[in-house]
Design a protein around this ligand. Structure first.
Ligand code: UDP
Ligand code: MG
Length: 332
């Protein structure tokens, strides 16, 4: 049998028990429909606590095209994708969410562009039903901020739903930074990139696994790993505060010449608080970067795999072999 090119589809899964079986069904149908292409579905169990793993193991047992990489705890979406990428063997790799917000049928259009010779094909959102106005506003603000502040061009309204070629996947695997902002790293790599427009659908089941706390961490990772502009904000604020303080000094001197002798308690407090505030902000910004340096210098692996499940029936032997082959990539 002539070997067809292999497409790896990486699916990060965090507590998706309600929808994961349906996802597998729909994604498999969409992938089977692609001509001249074999596929594998690499599910990354990002520390699910709701029985998603058992559901996935059940459908993987009958499906040699499914594999599960079970992480030892919840490492977060971006790291789950990283783990899936390390285990993906395909000539091209697609990242897709498990909640069917990114329709698997779009993968065919990503593949078409890849066949035309593009190395990165991102799916750009045209419509996003079912998302709160707050999420839409913060997302649009964030992408625009990132564009103006980062030294690289990250296209707006693009998530991690995208296809990357094997050579981009290999470059990405070599980037071992701990605070990962995958869509930024992919833009940074370069090569021929293009977009395909799609309509983002509503979540099929369950709730978003991105609470505000995770969104803020994600946004900070994005900005601080691609830009040193916030460090400059500190300098500007310091300059502004000193300028204001200097002008105020002149005012005080002038006043004392004019015989104004009752200096206001309030004005002193304002000056002290203002400068204190500026200093704390600057310390915070420095701390943000220092924290990142700290996490980069610790030689810890990015993620820990607890178990790998290879789909199909002869699962046990395959699992042992695949595990041995991959444990090298595991220790970052
Ligand atoms: N996810 C994950 N780890 C996490 C949070 C989310 O693997 O800590 C997965 C989740 O199961 C889904 C994808 O990442 O497949 C995107 O998450 P979600 O749909 O909750 O984000 P949203 O679409 O609301 O931005
Ligand atoms: Mg979602």
């Amino acid at each position: 049998m002539a070997t067809e090119p292999l497409l790896s589809v990486v699916v990060p899964v965090y507590n998706e028990a309600e929808g994961i079986a349906y996802f597998h069904e729909r994604a498999s149908a969409a992938l089977k429909a692609l001509d001249g292409l074999d596929y594998e579905l690499v599910y990354v169990d990002d520390g699910c606590k709701d029985g998603s793993f058992e559901i996935m193991r059940a459908f993987a047992a009958d499906d040699p095209r499914a594999r599960i990489v079970k992480l030892s705890r919840n490492f977060g979406h971006q790291i789950a994708i990283t783990a899936g990428l390390d285990y993906a063997r395909g000539d091209a790799v697609v990242f897709i969410d498990a909640d069917l917000q990114d329709p698997p049928e779009t993968i065919g259009r990503l593949v078409e562009k890849w066949r035309e010779g593009y190395d990165v094909v991102y799916a750009q959102r045209a419509k996003r039903p079912g998302e709160t106005a707050f999420k839409l506003f913060t997302a649009s603000f964030f992408y625009r901020l990132l564009r103006s502040v980062a030294n690289i061009d990250i296209p707006p309204d693009v998530g991690d739903f995208r296809l990357i070629s094997r050579r981009v996947a290999d470059v990405l695997r070599g980037m071992k930074e701990k605070d990962r902002f995958i869509r930024g790293l992919v833009s940074w790599v370069g090569y021929k990139q293009t977009a395909v427009l799609y309509n983002r659908e509503e979540r099929h089941a369950g709730e978003t696994k991105y609470p505000l706390r995770k969104m803020i961490k994600f946004a900070l990772d994005g900005i601080t790993s691609f830009s040193t502009a916030p460090l400059r904000i500190a300098t500007w604020m310091g300059n502004a505060a000193s300028t204001v303080a200097f002008i105020y000094l002149l005012v005080i001197i002038a006043q004392s010449f004019m015989g104004v002798t009752v200096p206001g308690f309030a004005s002193i407090m304002v000056a002290v608080l203002f400068l204190g505030g500026v200093q704390l902000i600057c310390l915070g910004i420095l701390g943000e970067y220092l924290g990142r340096v700290f996490s980069e210098v610790k030689p810890r692996p990015i993620y820990i795999v607890e178990e790998e499940v290879v789909g199909g029936l002869s699962a046990v032997e395959k699992s042992v072999a695949a595990h041995a082959a991959h444990s090298v990539g595991l220790i970052a």
